[in-house]
Design a binder for this molecule. Sequence first.
Ligand SMILES: [Zn+2]
Length: 211
Amino acid sequence: MSEKIHIDPVLGEVTLRRSSRARRVSIRVHPVRGVVVTVPFLTPYARGVSFLESRRDWVKKVLERYQTRNADLPAGEDIESLRAQAKAILPPRLKTLADRYGFTYNRVTIKHNTSNWGSCSTKGNINLNLNLMRVARPLQDYILLHELTHLKHPNHGPKFHDELERLLAVHFSSPSEEESFQTFLPAVKASRAQYPYTHVLEKRLKQYLLV
Ligand SMILES: [Zn+2]
């Protein structure tokens, strides 16, 4: 099985997956993990992309249905205030983390969509969702580090996960971040997952729906 990230202009980050078990092109929409397009082994990814484009309205509708399940949707003006906060806070934070851990990205843009928390294009442009202003600092950093790791590994393969987990462990045990991570630490220590930091942070993030 192999994977590739595709940036759809409307839906944002979409995972393209090639599977030897798949018999036809299919799309799955997950409330938090987003959109996954699976193509059979010998099928070019481009076929998956054109299939996705032909079903874009449907995918968008499913994502919106997940969104309306969320009980406390911020009102329109709240979205604008989230956007202003996000623009002031997230780009400097991304710069700090990139400098600290040796990443170079091209451009950062604040986006508002209901399909992903962030994305990273092959040109090194990073998009961050203004919904990140609704979550705790360690969860913001988790997403920022996730997107920065994509600069080295443009997929969600084992090398990506090894690198991200190593980065999270270093980051959250550093003196400046330790304190804000206190509420997450017991769960990380108790976790028997292969990637405890990733596992715990991803799980906490799933308590939020993108609005
Ligand atoms: Zn990703």
